[in-house]
Design a binder for this molecule. Sequence first.
Ligand SMILES: C[C@H](O)[C@@H](O)[C@@H](O)C(=O)COP(=O)(O)O
Ligand SMILES: [Zn+2]
Length: 216
Amino acid sequence: MNRKELSRQIISTCLEMTKLGLNQGTAGNVSVRYQNGMLITPTGTPYEEMTEDSIVYVNKNGQHEDGKLPSSEWQFHLAVYETRPEMDAVVHNHSRNCAAVSILGEAIPAIHYMIACTGTDHIPCVPYATFGTHQLADYVRDGIKQSKAILLAHHGLITTDKTLDKALHIAHEVEIISEWYLKLLATGKTIPVLSQDEMRFVLEKFKSYGSWVEEK
Ligand SMILES: C[C@H](O)[C@@H](O)[C@@H](O)C(=O)COP(=O)(O)O
Ligand SMILES: [Zn+2]
């Protein structure tokens, strides 16, 4: 796909993220793998104001094209592409329930089988580091090896997949799961979780189920 088309897809993913209630203000950023690096949203720009020309090319060494400033989180986007060569899209947001759960600094366990949409049986949470830092990118590099979705403590969520649609779809699912988890925690009761065997079974079934099919 050419740069123009990919840039359009990035902007429509951002707008869809807002429509789904997954973002507010200028929080969040979106990228796709492109040539020897990535195309990424500009920093601090409301999604409604973005045009194809606003999208920034950053190469794999972190150099960006002149006259444009990439997202402050360009380092963690590159870290995902380095760590997961099979993935081509990254979505980051501060959705309400994901950001709230991230403050606990703990993984979400297998409270519901839909967690399997992340490719594993829990949603890991990486430690806090200041936004836009190398340290945060290092935490992301570690976390994203385990799952297509990771919580960033005191911050939000990152998802990755082969396409923007899929990465956004996972972000939406994880937001709903986070909401369920917060409701369950509020009961004060012990929360039952699915067994590892059951989650392994669901993960297998997802390989041939609907939009969760793994493309080779
Ligand atoms: C302060 C920023 O909002 C930070 O939280 C970053 O992680 C973010 O989500 C948006 O930053 P950019 O506009 O630089 O992409
Ligand atoms: Zn952020």
